[in-house]
Design a protein around this ligand. Sequence first.
Ligand code: BDR
Ligand code: CA
Length: 362
Amino acid sequence: MTERRPIVVDCDTGIDDSLALLYLCASDDAELVAVTCCSGNVEAHQVAENNRGLLELIGRGDVEVALGRAVPLVRPLEITPETHGPQGIGYAELPSGRRPLSERHAADLIAEEARRRPGELTLLCIGPLTNLAVALEREPALPRLLRRLVIMGGAFRVPGNTTPVSEWNIHCDPDAARAVVHAWTEAIEADPRVPRILALGLDVTEQAVIRPDHVVALARRAGSRPDDAIALGRGEDPMHATRSVASNPVVRFVADALRFYMEFHATYDGFYGAFIHDPLAVAAALDETLVRTEALAVDVETGGALAAGQTIADFRGLWRRTPNVDVALTADADEFLARLIERVGALAERVGVAANLSNVAP
Ligand code: BDR
Ligand code: CA
């Protein structure tokens, strides 16, 4: 039987966050313990609405969703509706979640779940690291208690996507990111068996590019009709597409959310497709062979007019510090995309079948 790896996801859903959650729920080798919400792409309360709605859509409304801190530790809140849409899910719409929000604060949930199963829980952070920094204040032993911390964040050998040197998740709360990497350094220095952070920065996540033909393949895998679920640019202007008319509700969500993200990338990055940062981080959390890493000492710049939010990795060992992060340097993007299409396509198919059955009168 496949080992099911227990995972708590801290996210700022977010178009690629939502695809990451779908990948996780579609994976037999993952057990989604809970979802915690931070501000980033949109405000934390909207993130919680998105997560509850998405889980409801795929029949996982039972999963606990907990709200975290609404603002970064020190800096003022920044959000990015131009990247992810006013609600954070592009042109898509979601049902309301039936399960009420958790009574636990995200930081307490992270600390309590880590304590409940020492050495077993993977914590996956795909938004700013605010909630984790607060959790570390409440439970400083977290680096020892977790099986692994996996983050989507940073730009190590490549330019940033928010400033010339900073990646969005780190940019939003550099003080939290610094607190996290320092906590891991201290823990590893005290006990070298403590696992380093696995960080997927833009170096690898910008290799994970989804295009309309991948969405078509996913729609076909789901048995959705018609399969051109997203504006394909087949001689048409993709900017003038309408909402998806796919028969499958998960495919409709994916197509409507991703079309917004693809339009954003067409405007700012010069291609009609999208970097799917967060799903790659999920895939690597479940199977680290998808990335090649190097153990490095990493720190985060929090001050400075030009370099705030920069993730600095000491590739030459000049600091003579203990490596605290396994920095992902390359990724098998083709294998990742194949898995995404297979897993999310199969999940969509199951959801579609269940929806059709419940529509059949007894
Ligand atoms: C990160 O920023 C967000 O916009 C995405 O969801 C991803 O987590 C990429 O820089
Ligand atoms: Ca994110």
